[in-house]
Design a protein around this ligand. Sequence first.
Ligand code: GUN
Ligand code: FE
Length: 441
Amino acid sequence: MNKLILRGRVLTFVEEPTSIDDQSAYNYFEDGAVLVEDGKIVDVGEYAAIAPVAADAKIVDHRPNLIMPGFIDTHLHFPQTQAIASYGAQLLEWLNTYIFVEEQKFSSTAHADFIAGRFMDELLRNGTTSAVAYCSVHRESVDAYFTAAEQRGMLMIGGKVMMDRNAPDALRDTPQSGYDDTKALIAKWHGRGRAHYAISPRFAITSTPRQMEMSQALVREHPECYVQTHLSENRDEIAFATSLYPSAKDYTDIYAGYCLLGEKMLLGHCIFLSDREISVLAETKSVAVFCPTSNLFLGSGLFDRDRFRSLGARISVATDVGGGTSFSMLETMSEAYKVLHVQGQRLSPFASYYMMTLGNARALGLEDRIGSLRTGGDADIVVLDSKAKPAMELRMRTATTLAEELFILQTMGDDRSVAEVYVAGKPMKSRIDTATPQVKA
Ligand code: GUN
Ligand code: FE
C-alpha cells in the first residue's frame, strides 16, 4: 500500500498575498488532508471529503499541527556548514580569513561526503526540502552533494564554484578546467532524478574576464541550467569588483556584459544597487536573492525590498549559510521581518510563508513541482508545531487568528517546530535522527 493521507491543518498558497487580509492568496483547511501516492500529491482538501475516496490509504494524524509545502532555500553554501558564526569580519576579510580556509577541506572526498550528508539532514531537520547551493571548487564536492540529495530523494540545485583569481592556489581553477569540469558535471547530474545544475562563477572578484567568457559559453550551451553568483553585497566588494572591470557601467553591468543575466540567474544579496541596475534585473527577469541573516551577520546592509517591487524585479529569499547564521527558513523570515521593519517596510506573516514556499518555487520556475500543495505536485511537505517550545506554547494561548499563529511560529520557531518532513511522500524525521544524532557518541 503506498497511499498516504496526512491529516492536519493544511495551508498552501496559490498567489502572492497583497495584504494581511488577502484570503484569496491561500487555501486553508482546518481539518484538512493531503492524499499522497507514489511520491506525488493526488488531492488536497477537507479531510471529510478525501478520507472516503481513499479508504485504502494509511492515515497519519498530524492534528493539531500545520501541514505546509516544504520550504525552499534559494542560496547557501554547502562547504560552509562548519563555518557558520565565524567572528568579527566583513565580507572580503571573512572570505579570506575563514571561508577560503574552510573550503580547502573539500579536496578530501571523505570530508565532502560527510558534510554533504549532514548538510542535507540539517536542511530537512529545518523543514527545507529543496535548496540551491554552491559546492566548492572541487568536482568531487558536487558528486558528494548530489549523491547525498539523491539518497534522500530531494530536489536539489547546485554546482561547482568557479574561481580563477583572488583566492588561494588550492581553491583556484582555470578558465578551461572550470569549463571542462562544469560541462562534465552537467552531463553527469543535470536531470538525473531530481537534480538540477547551477553554473556558479562565485563573483566578479574571483573570476578573470576569461573565466567570465567561459561562463558565458556554459550559459549559452546550457540554457536548461541555473546560473548563480553574488552581486553588490558590500561596499569594499563593489569597489574592488568594478575596479577589475573598468569598462563596465556598474557591478551589474559586469554580469550583463557576459550575457549572464536572465530568468535562470540567481544573484545573492543585491543590497546597494542603483535604480538602473534594478531595472536591468527586471528587464532580464533575473532574481535578486534576499539573505537577511547573512546581510546582518556580515554587517553588509539592508535589502530594500520595496524598491525591487516598485521597479518590477523578481526576488527570492535564502539563508546564505555560512554567511547566514541558520538553516531555518523560519528564523530567516523572522530576520527578514526585522530588516524590512527597520526600513519602514511591512512583511505580513502570509507574505512571509508565501515567500519561503510558492514565492521561491516561482523564482526557480519550479512552481508546477514544488512550493505548494496541489494535485500532481511533488509530495515535499513540512509539518509544523506552533507550540514546540514552552515559551511558544504560552504565547499561543493568547493567539486567536491564523495570522498570529504564523507570526509566532516564524518569530519564535526553529528546527524544534518541525514535527515531520516528507520528501516525495517519505517521512524523513526519524531517519535524520538515526543517521545523524544531534550529539556525537
Ligand atoms: N561573495 C562571494 N562569495 C561569497 C560567499 O561565500 N558568501 C557570501 N555571503 N558572499 C560571497
Ligand atoms: Fe552566498
